[in-house]
Structures are given as C-alpha cells and as structure tokens.
Design a protein around this ligand. Structure first.
Ligand SMILES: Cc1ncc(COP(=O)(O)O)c(C=O)c1O
Length: 396
C-alpha cells in the first residue's frame, strides 16, 4: 500500500541527457550557465511505478510491433471517470503520438483551407502553427487581463465569429496563464460555439495538475460533447514528455470518424510499446497518490513564488496560477524593451525563461513564462536573484 508523502521531490537530478531543456541552453540563450526554467517538463523524477513498468518490458529481448492493449483504453476511461466524473467509451478514444499531431489533424478534419480558427491569446505556440501550417486563417482573441485573473472576453469572442469560423482551439487549463475555466465559463463558451456551428478542440493536458476543480468541457452537456474533440495525456503530470504519447476523445461518431480519417492518413495513431505501458501505469492507484503529492509540491512552489513577488518584487506582476507548474510573469512596469528585459534575466539573474513573444507578440510583450517544476531550494535561489537585480530589470 502506497502512502502519501512517499516521494522526494527535493532531489536534484542531472539532466544532461541530450534534453531539450538543458542541452539547448547555449543555442537558445547564448549561455550554459543559467537555470533552465523554460521547456515545460519537470526537473523531478518520473514516478518509480512508470519507470518500473518500462524497465520490466525493456528486459524482453524483442521490441516488435504491438496491438493496442484493451487495458490502455480501460485505464483512460477509468481515469476520466474517477478523476473528472466524465464517462467515455472505448470507441470514443484514439491514441495519438502527441498533442501537437492531434491539434493539427483536428484543424484539418473540421475545417477547409481558408476557414477561420479562433484561439485565446496568449497561448502555447502550436495553437498558432497548427492553424497556419494547414493554411487556415488564425483569429486571435485576447484574454481579458483583469485585476486577479485572465478571463475570456465573451464579447470579443462573439464579435470575432464570422460565417467562416469553424473551430475554437481551447487550452483548458490554460497555458501560460494557469487558468482553470469554471463550469459556468465552459457552458457559456460551449453554447456560443453550438449557436454558431463551431467545433471545439480542447487541449486538457494540464488537467491533472489543477489546484481547483477541473471540468472537461465535453462533460458539461451532451450537446457540447457532440461538438468537442478533447486532447489529453499523462505527459505533464507524470513527466513523460519524451514518450510522445497522447489520446483524443470524440463522443460524436461523425467527429470521431472525421478525426480518425486524418489521423490514419498521417499515420499518427500509433504509440510505442513503452508509451502505452506508461499511460497504464500513470492512470492507476499509484498514479492517484502521485498526483496528490506532486500537486502539493508544485502548488507550494507556485504559491511561495507568488507571495514572494507580492511582498518583495511587486513590479514583477502575475495572476494566480491554478493549474500547472508555470507562472506567467508580467514585466510591463519595466521601462526596458522586451529584449532588454530578457538580456538582464539571462546575463544578470542567470535564468532562462520562455519568451512571451512565442505566446503572441502583442499580449506576450514584456512577459516571460517561468517553469517552477524544480526543487524548492532552487525556487528560493531564483527568486533571490530576481530580487537582487530587480532595479536593473525595471530600470526606473
Ligand atoms: C498546452 C500544451 N499541450 C500539449 C503539450 C504537449 O504536446 P505534445 O504531446 O505534442 O508534446 C504541451 C507542452 O508543452 C502544452 O503546453
């Protein structure tokens, strides 16, 4: 029986394994001598029960092709039901080798060349690329920046809709703001989409790392589920990004078939023997305990950072993160340009953050995303450096 409090998240792990986050520091930031707080994976060991499942299979002498395991589907169904009270069937699920592949396939499946796809900005870059690379028209609707949170601007959303709007790409919970959408917001959004015949593609990869109640948009009403393709994966919460595994859920048959036709044509609907074992191991009893523990640790890193900024560096602003290990930092009080701020962050503070311009040049200007899935000791050290060089960052 696994007990709570059984993991040690404080341990520093050497990540020079050709990892994007560490081994690309020099080429992206021009320095190796900085803390890597950018790429969204965790500097925390992937849980032992996943590593064990992979190790066990790796001992077999042949890594040949394999059929998709029934257990893979039942694990996904059980997880969605038990964690989010959302009932899905095996036939609603398609495994895909990554969310980006599904975003792109979904855009292709539910729209034609030249059609419009709406997304809320700032948002993770592939939400843009998956639209433009398929020759669809990207329509950005800015999230409303209110005192305490980023909110959906329903007026602006409705205004942006035209007869050519075919899809809403939704990030739920939202990267980079860490916003968890409420049932009321999801219903309102879904009903607008229903009214205007717009399909929803909802990327829910951060759902398992929500600090408040997470609701899959497809679970809020039958009608909304019939216009929704949901994308998810244990990737973020279980730190298995390198396994390239995800799944898509469509409860409407026609939507499922349109999506799987593109997925088949692009050969994206197969995963490795190790990825399928990792999903099964994640969505287990041990996985539930892990989720509670890791969330507690990450939430502490986030809340500590928020409090520290509030008390010691109020010129660096933020909205409360309610999901993920990311914090979207706002440096708009600075008189420096975006590029000059980044220079101080790299050269003085010695930290490498995700560039806000990647999340949208306008709403991401003078913003940087910080990845706090690191040992707590390092969080403190990063914050001390931000404090020490704050005058240089703000430059007023
Ligand atoms: C919102 C969101 N979706 C999905 C992913 C991962 O996608 P993929 O499965 O293509 O690696 C990320 C990774 O950063 C993300 O931030």
């Amino acid at each position: 029986m696994l007990a709570l409090d059984m993991y040690n998240f404080d341990k520093k792990i050497n990540r020079k394994t050709n990892s994007l986050k560490y081994d690309d520091l020099e080429s992206v930031f021009g320095s190796k001598d900085i803390d890597a707080l950018w790429v969204a994976d965790m500097d925390i060991a992937t849980p032992i029960f996943i590593r064990d499942a992979i190790l066990k299979r790796s001992k077999h002498k042949i890594y040949g092709y394999e059929k998709t395991k029934d257990k893979l589907y039942s694990s996904i169904q059980k997880w969605q039901h038990e964690q989010y009270n959302w009932k899905i069937k095996t036939k609603d699920i398609l495994v895909v080798n990554g969310i980006r592949a599904s975003l792109s396939a979904g855009v292709k499946a539910y729209s034609n060349i030249g059609d419009e796809v709406i997304t809320f900005t700032p948002v993770w870059t592939p939400f843009f690329d998956s639209v433009t690379r398929n020759d669809r028209k990207l329509v950005k609707v800015k999230l409303q920046k209110n005192t305490n949170s980023y909110d959906i601007d329903f007026k602006a959303f409705t205004k942006a809709i035209t007869k050519n709007t075919k899809i809403l790409l939704l990030c739920s919970p939202h990267n980079p703001t860490g916003r968890v959408w409420s049932k009321k917001e999801l219903l309102k959004l879904g009903n607008i989409c229903l009214k205007h015949n717009i399909k929803i593609i909802s990327d829910e990869i951060y759902s398992d790392l929500s600090f408040k109640k997470f609701i899959p948009i497809a679970s809020v009403s039958k009608d909304i589920s019939n216009i929704t393709l949901t994308l998810n994966s244990p990737n973020k919460a279980f730190n298995i990004a390198g396994l390239n595994v995800s799944y898509a859920i469509a409860q409407d048959r026609k939507m499922y078939e349109e999506f799987s036709k593109i997925a088949n044509a692009r050969y994206i609907n197969n995963i490795t023997i190790f990825s399928s074992l990792a999903v099964i191991a994640s969505y287990s009893k041990e996985g539930k305990i892990w989720i509670e523990e890791i969330k507690q640790y990450l939430k502490n890193n986030i809340r500590y950072t928020e409090q520290y900024l509030k008390e010691n560096i109020p010129s660096i602003k933020y909205k409360k993160t309610n999901a993920s290990y990311l914090i979207w930092l706002d440096f708009t009080d600075s008189s420096l340009s975006h590029e000059e701020i980044q220079k101080v962050l790299i050269k003085k503070c010695k930290i490498g953050l995700s560039n806000g311009h990647g999340f949208d040049k306008e709403t991401g200007n003078k913003h940087f995303r910080m990845n706090l899935a690191i040992p707590f000791k390092e969080v403190k050290s990063v914050l001390k450096r931000l404090f020490r060089y704050n005058a240089k960052i703000i430059n007023i």
